[in-house]
Design a protein around this ligand. Structure first.
Ligand SMILES: Nc1nc2c(c(=O)[nH]1)N[C@H]1C(S)=C(S)[C@@H](COP(=O)(O)OP(=O)(O)OC[C@H]3O[C@@H](n4cnc5c(=O)[nH]c(N)nc54)[C@H](O)[C@@H]3O)O[C@H]1N2
Ligand SMILES: Nc1nc2c(c(=O)[nH]1)N[C@H]1C(S)=C(S)[C@@H](COP(=O)(O)OP(=O)(O)OC[C@H]3O[C@@H](n4cnc5c(=O)[nH]c(N)nc54)[C@H](O)[C@@H]3O)O[C@H]1N2
Ligand SMILES: [Mo]
Length: 814
């Protein structure tokens, strides 16, 4: 069935360069989608110049940074140089057909491609590691050295001493994604694996026990079926920018359906500004207490969906506990003060912790319980905390208590889900699973450098083995700035890296010389994705999925090479070239990926058609409803939790609460069976008694950059300067006016930045947006304003994830 195309602005209808189709698949990754149209004839996009005469060609590619939007770009090329970057010109403003307009970051590619920070030649460190002394080397020498180091480390310590570092810089790509290096390492016998990521470690761990796996909530398009939308820490207007981002869905849903929207955030976020009807300012790290206070009200007034709790959940009350658990361990007992702490979780108790008035908690609780259905979602800011696992699970529990799980207009309290087009992914390994199954968290790698063999399952969350046999001895850091800039406590990390008898060899691959490059032994100049080819999966936008053609706009600049070429050369030296390449060039891999996708997605363009199609959209035509099958028939569709139901009390976590080990700096950390509120190091309670560092500091994701990507570009910095959000009351007490230069500091480090004095942040809380480039001056003061100069390296209790929004600081006028 061919859709009638929406009219264009000039009043005509289609034809369009896109295929607009419906499929019967439900969610991401579903094979066998039944697309029902063939793709439409397209005008020659390449010939279009958008008013700019005399360009040689216009090609499609995309912004691949990890903002979880994925914007097509049209690059205009003249005399081998990109002279202009244009946004998507296909699609409309209709659901399922959004024009995927790039934000200012995406459109600023020219400055990025031609940035003076581009790495131009392979470089080798000549001084001490981190000292900053470098020598240019040939590619031959670089490949020979990397191959011989891989061989030496593998032969000396085994494959588990090899580490592929977390990095999100080219997440949007496919072949250009960070897949080539893992494939190389897997072909060479594997490497120490990692679970979790810097984005969602605590949520991922919580969800594993609570829901039995990663289950995103209903799509944001489905909010049109809701009576109320409640967003905890969810800021799509800034974290899902672009016309094809959830920004578009949220705004359009709001303007067309007017669903009342409540935002719970320490900041009056861009989302609160654009679509919020009410902002509930909250102290960071306290959502589990707010939820407990609300559930206290709900229970006192008997507003809970008891049938739902009885039928679908385990551990809410004493009548529904797993076998063998002593009494008073249920969530209800915790709320009613019958649990171990003996404290009743009244709204007044919650007010004291969260800063949200008890009257507001009562009103919110009643409103959320009575709005049927209610879409409760959480962004990831609330779980990137020292107690983030419990915060995330508490919001899930609110969704259960109000019976909103598995129904249209409702949701399970996780972040919104999406429908993505199942584009075949470049294989990271051949066969069923990677050759090495031992894993640590993505975040606690400094421990594995400092003393790997001391790491155990109970103390450090080692998976697949009781303990590590060997530490990390060789690191491949590709498309990543988490070696330094993006990892908590830069000074600590530098110490872990400085001693090259611990981690013996580090190769960093990037196209911009970042703070992480400073700590490599060899640094390799990568192409940008505009200098190579790909077939690019689209991203998050309600129920619309898409794919983008990745064309080569220009030849590699300087001495840059593609990741695929680098890995092929190294594979050859290791004697595994054929296994690595499967005899394919990058172009042949792309053809294979297209063919594999075409076998699953009807209407997916052929290689010949792609250059003109540019963007291919697909619309599922129905909204994602999370856990619908489970709701309809929990016996036939059990969850993969310990009980098969929603584990508000998790038996395995109860076990961990007794067996897991927290010692030294981490003594006092706790894993709990129910999502209770946990007071943590440098949390709201400590802020009240810490005279030296009384301000809670978070690190919101900022529109001017994607993490540290784009953070070095002048236009971006001009539009979006780095600054610290601070409440007028806190500023006044320190004699600070808007725009003043200030220091933000604690015992770990000191940052120099600018004050943005604004009532848009809760008193007692400041936010230094994450991602600014670390730039220490001669006194060690970071003039770039990087948040991780201040953050603590202290993995969270269950996930061993990054508490990137937990810290106490002081602020003073410079
Ligand atoms: N423009 C832009 N977009 C991005 C990124 C970027 O750097 N820039 N990064 C991308 C990536 S990789 C990711 S993982 C996502 C990140 O997406 P998120 O993790 O959702 O983004 P954050 O800004 O960390 O947090 C969202 C909101 O949570 C609030 N918050 C912080 N702590 C708490 C808390 O304890 N409780 C509550 N209720 N709210 C809290 C913050 O003020 C913020 O407004 O964004 C992606 N999109
Ligand atoms: N305190 C605190 N810290 C945080 C966060 C926080 O909220 N608070 N957020 C965390 C989160 S959610 C994330 S995802 C991480 C993000 O941290 P990272 O994953 O390190 O992401 P970026 O900082 O964007 O760095 C990506 C790098 O990849 C490079 N790159 C881009 N394309 C290519 C390519 O094709 N090839 C190669 N070789 N390189 C390329 C870019 O130039 C850039 O230097 O930061 C985390 N750090
Ligand atoms: Mo992230």
């Amino acid at each position: 069935m061919t859709q009638t195309l929406p009219p264009k602005l000039d009043g005509t209808t289609g034809p369009s360069r896109r295929t607009f189709l419906k499929w019967s698949g439900v969610a991401a990754g579903v094979a066998g989608l039944a697309a029902t149209t063939s793709h439409l004839p397209t005008p020659a996009v390449a010939a279009q110049t958008d008013g700019m005469e005399g360009v040689d060609k216009t090609v499609w590619n995309a912004c691949l940074a990890n903002c979880q939007s994925r914007c097509p770009l049209r690059l205009q090329v003249k005399d081998g140089a990109v002279v202009r970057v244009l946004a998507d010109n296909t699609g409309s403003d209709e659901f399922g057909d959004f024009q995927i307009r790039a934000c200012v970051r995406g459109r600023n590619q020219r400055e990025r491609i031609y940035s003076p920070d581009r790495i131009k030649k392979p470089m080798k460190r000549v001084g001490q590691r981190g000292e900053g002394k470098w020598e240019e080397i040939t590619w031959e020498e670089a490949f020979d050295t990397i191959a011989s180091e891989l061989k030496r480390v593998k032969e000396t310590y085994g494959n588990e001493a090899l580490w592929y570092h977390y990095g999100s810089g080219s997440t949007g790509g496919n072949i250009t994604k960070r897949g080539t290096w893992p494939r190389l390492l897997n072909t060479y016998g594997g490497y120490l694996g990692q679970y979790g990521d810097y984005s969602t470690a605590q949520l991922t761990a919580g969800t594993l026990f609570h829901y039995g796996g990663w289950i995103p909530s209903n799509s944001l398009e489905d909010v049109k079926n809701s009576k109320l939308q409640v967003m905890f820490a969810n800021n799509p207007l800034e974290t899902r920018m672009s016309g094809g981002g959830e920004l578009a869905v949220v705004q359009k849903t709001k303007s067309e359906y007017g669903i009342r929207t409540i935002i719970i955030d320490p900041r009056y976020s861009e989302t609160a500004l654009a679509v919020g009807d009410e902002w509930v300012p909250i102290k960071p790290g306290t959502d589990a207490a707010l939820v407990a206070g609300m559930i206290h009200v709900i229970l006192s007034e008997n507003l809970q969906d008891q049938d739902f709790l009885d039928k679908y959940c385990v551990g809410f009350d004493e009548d529904h506990m797993p076998e063998g658990i002593p009494p008073h361990n249920s969530y209800r007992s915790y709320i009613e003060g019958k649990g171990a702490d003996g404290i009743e979780k009244t709204p007044e108790w919650a007010q004291d912790i969260t800063g949200v008035p008890a009257t507001t908690i009562r009103r919110l609780a009643r409103e959320i319980a009575n709005a049927k259905p209610c879409a409760i979602t959480q962004g990831w800011g609330l779980q990137r905390h020292a107690n983030g696992e419990n915060g995330a699970r508490a919001v899930f529990t609110l969704a259960a208590v109000t019976g909103n799980i598995g129904i249209p207009g409702g949701g399970n309290g996780a972040r919104e889900g999406n429908t993505t087009l199942p584009v075949k992914a470049f294989p990271l390994f051949d066969g069923e699973k990677p050759p090495v199954s031992t894993q640590i968290s993505c975040f606690n790698w400094p421990d594995a450098i400092m003393d790997g063999p001391s790491m155990t399952a109970e103390k450090d969350g080692v998976r697949g083995k009781k303990k590590l046999d060997v530490g990390i001895k060789l690191m491949v850091v590709n498309a990543s700035n988490t070696l330094i800039n993006q990892h908590n406590d830069i000074h600590y990390t530098q110490e872990a890296l400085r001693d090259d008898t611990k981690c013996e060899f580090i190769v960093v691959i990037d196209h911009q010389w970042t703070a992480s490059c400073d700590w490599g032994d060899i640094v390799l100049p990568s192409t940008t994705n505009f200098e190579e080819i790909d077939i690019i999966p689209g991203a998050s936008c309600g129920d619309m999925g898409w794919a983008i053609w990745g064309d080569k706009a220009i030849e590699p600049l300087y001495d840059a090479k593609t990741g695929y070429e680098m890995c092929t050369e190294i594979a050859r030296r290791l004697g595994i070239e054929q296994e690595f390449t499967q005899g394919r060039t990058q172009e042949e891999w792309r053809r294979w990926l297209i063919d594999e996708t075409r076998a699953n997605v009807e209407g997916f363009p052929t290689e010949e058609d792609w250059p003109e199609v540019g963007v291919f959209r697909a619309y599922s035509g129905k909204h994602r409803v999370a856990m619908k099958d489970f709701r309809e028939d929990p016996e036939a569709n059990p969850l993969e939790t310990a009980s098969g139901k929603i584990d508000i009390f998790s038996a395995p976590l109860y076990e961990y609460s007794k067996t897991w080990v927290f010692e030294g700096e981490r003594a006092g950390d706790r894993v709990t069976a129910i999502p209770e509120y946990l007071e943590t190091w440098e949390g709201q309670a400590e802020a009240r008694t810490n005279d030296k560092y009384p301000l809670q500091c978070i690190a919101h994701h900022y529109k001017g950059r994607t993490h540290s990507s784009y953070a070095n570009l002048e236009k971006g910095l001009e539009l979006h300067p780095q600054m610290l959000w601070i409440n007028p009351a806190d500023a006044e007490a320190r004699g600070i006016a808007n725009g003043d230069t200030i220091y933000v500091f604690n015992d770990r480090g000191k940052v120099k930045t600018e004050a943005r004095v604004t009532p848009r942040i809760v008193p007692g809380v400041v936010s230094l947006p994450q991602g600014a480039w670390y730039k220490p001056n001669a006194d060690g003061v970071d003039e770039g304003g990087c948040i991780n100069t201040l953050m603590k390296y202290h993995p969270s209790p269950l996930a061993k994830g990054n508490p990137g929004h937990t810290a106490l600081v002081q602020v003073e006028k410079a």
